[in-house]
Design a protein around this ligand. Sequence first.
Ligand code: GUN
Length: 295
Amino acid sequence: MSARIIDGKAIAEAVDQEVARHVQQLVETYGAPPCLCVVLVGDDPASQVYVRNKGRRTQAAGMISREIKLPATISQSELEGHVKALSADPVVDGILVQLPLPAGLDSDAVIACIDPAKDVDGLTEVSAGRLVLGRPGLRPCTPTGCVILAKRSLGDLKGAHVVVVGRSILVGKPAGLLFLAEDCTVTLAHSRTRDLAAVCRSADILVPAVGRPEIIKGAWVKQGATVIDVGINRVNNPTKGQGATRLVGDVAYDEALEIAGAITPVPGGVGPMTIACLLQNTVQAACTRRGWTIG
Ligand code: GUN
């Protein structure tokens, strides 16, 4: 039987609408909407597309979107100066530095310049520490989106075995902790994991986040499992002519579709949820900074 397709776009639209309602409440209470500032360094085409989409959705939710575009030749100290200025700017509620940064720039040092109260990416040491300790805080967006999609698909996640493939700071590590907070049993697999296929086959919920096109085969998926595919990989599409491309996930989708119980498509699965969670974090940061509880 074919898997149920988890419609990330529709779920993200519902989150966006809820965010827009909260923005309206903030405007009515404080007279001004939250402000999200995205910093883009260099001219990586994929990052440019992500940043443009973030700006569009931020504005659609009624918030102020600011973009700071900087050349790839910028020095480390100049870039840190920009981020420190945003941290000190009372008008700015959220700061996101688009990653990866161009070669030669130290992203850890740049992230350390973000005021944790404005860390809508959940990447500072303070945010990561709060996540590990189970305290309230701003959580990384993509893994938060994965948990929302899994919950929408399965309801209660208690006791489910989640296998996350990948251990990045943006997705893999925080995803493991976020699923643990839902009382899941979590395995964090990675490039050195022995018999990755067998580990994946033990998953009730499989979350590949490695950025390698279709590396997870259908035969690696347990019958009836839920697959939340984080990968967004651009590959050649010779059927559409020379130079044409298409997006695929980390999972061999057509194969997995026949075995999984539910699966996210690429595009239209996890991708739209990342921005929805970024908008949610921006509202959360704005509320916390104003000492206001969302009603
Ligand atoms: N690049 C790809 N995804 C992300 C993300 O969630 N946050 C940041 N800062 N950069 C990214």
